[in-house]
Design a protein around this ligand. Structure first.
Ligand SMILES: [Zn+2]
Length: 386
């Protein structure tokens, strides 16, 4: 690459020259600074072969500042259907312009600001004046991003996050969809998400759960924490009360404790590890021996167990042995070859495998200690100890 400045020189407008002194003095525009510093640096400009030209001929900005109103209109037009109260402007000037600007500013020291910064501020002022929305540098509802080479604007819409807890009263529905564009079938995610979609006019939604129960397991008691995300929402002012009522009408899933959440809460929620209590309906081929079952249960209460990743999930999770703690088990009821157990276990324990043993992959298991095969007929999460 040849040096941009001498010997070929560079042509810049007064504004781009003035921007070299952006940190000098307040209440003046960069163009005014340019006019002010021209006589001061006339010799330096000549020495570096820098000529001052009209905006449209400027090697750095190319006259982009003549089109601020049109460019602001692009953003206002694109965001017309979106409810927002804060915004931020970002931009990507062409690489070449940035390089030239760096070279130019290096001649005059460290007193300049970038083309990007001035552009963002100036176009932002126009958007602010027309839309009456405020600038937010940390978490704006809409971020407008300008491509200054192709003069295009793209928008990033901040998702809406709603925290709550859900209870799932029926078996057979998964927590989330398999395919996230699939609107068919039913899942906890869809039952909540479809109503959220109607309320926010969003493009899609995603349920982030604090763990998940199996499809055939009910989620009762105090419910499971979740955050549901509405992506590209057109409406931001929603009634959580209404959302809750509509979801609860489904009869299969009930939600409560709704509040507006932040994106940053999602990872903490997903990483949470709480003990859980379950009620399990177990069965044996023969009539259960209540005394023997009681002994087995007492033996396993407070014990560590070792679980190799169950075969049924081994495609999703790496195959390793996990140590889990069974806090407590008690027999609620024994009748013929069926019994109900209530147990509390460490987060991440595979309860079904703990009961039937998963062909020796869980060790010890209730079936092994009891001394004959046991199956799980039904399972409910009855409390999450958070
Ligand atoms: Zn310029």
């Amino acid at each position: 690459m040849t040096e941009v400045i001498a010997p070929s020189g560079i042509s810049v407008c007064k504004r781009c020259f003035g921007r070299c002194f952006a940190k000098m003095g307040y209440g003046v525009s960069n163009e005014e600074r340019g006019i002010r510093y021209l006589p001061v640096y006339s010799q330096t400009l000549a020495d570096h072969n820098i000529s001052i030209v009209d905006d449209s001929k400027c090697d750095i900005c190319g006259g982009i500042f003549l089109h601020l109103q049109e460019l602001a209109n692009l953003a206002l037009e694109a965001s017309r259907d979106f409810q927002y109260s804060t915004f931020l402007v970002g931009s990507s000037p062409p690489e070449d312009a940035l390089k030239k600007e760096k070279n130019l500013q290096s001649v005059f020291g460290e007193t300049g600001e970038s083309l990007r910064k001035e552009f963002n501020r100036e176009v932002g002022k126009i958007i602010w004046a027309i839309s009456k929305k405020e600038t937010d540098f940390t978490d704006p509802d809409i971020t407008f991003h300008y491509d200054l080479q192709y003069l295009q604007v793209t928008m990033k819409i901040r998702s809406i996050f709603v925290y709550g807890v859900y209870r799932k009263y029926v078996r057979g529905i998964p927590q989330t969809r398999w395919i996230h564009s699939d609107g068919n079938g039913t899942s906890v995610e869809q039952i909540i998400g479809e109503i959220l979609k109607t309320e926010t006019s969003c493009d899609n939604y995603f349920l982030h759960g604090a763990g998940r129960e199996d499809v055939d397991v009910r989620m009762l008691g105090n419910g499971r924490e979740f955050i549901i995300e509405a992506s590209n929402p057109r409406k931001r002012e929603i009634s959580l009360q209404y959302l809750m009522h509509k979801v609860n009408e489904s009869g299969s899933v009930e939600i409560a404790d709704l509040k507006v959440a932040q994106k940053s809460m999602v990872s903490a929620l997903k990483a949470s590890e709480y003990d859980k209590s379950y009620r399990a309906e177990i069965a044996s081929e023969n009539v259960l021996d209540a005394a023997k079952l009681e002994t087995a249960v007492n033996f396993l209460s407070g014990k560590d167990i070792y679980q190799r990743t169950p075969l049924r999930v081994s495609t999703r999770r790496s195959d390793l042995v996990r140590k889990k703690h069974i806090r407590e088990i008690r027999v609620e009821n024994v009748s013929g070859n069926v019994a109900f157990l209530v147990l509390r276990a460490q987060s991440g324990t595979y309860i079904k495998e703990f009961i039937h043993g998963d062909e020796g992959r869980t060790n010890p298991s209730l079936a092994e200690v009891y001394g004959s095969p046991l199956t799980v007929k039904s399972l409910d999460v009855i409390w999450i100890h958070r």
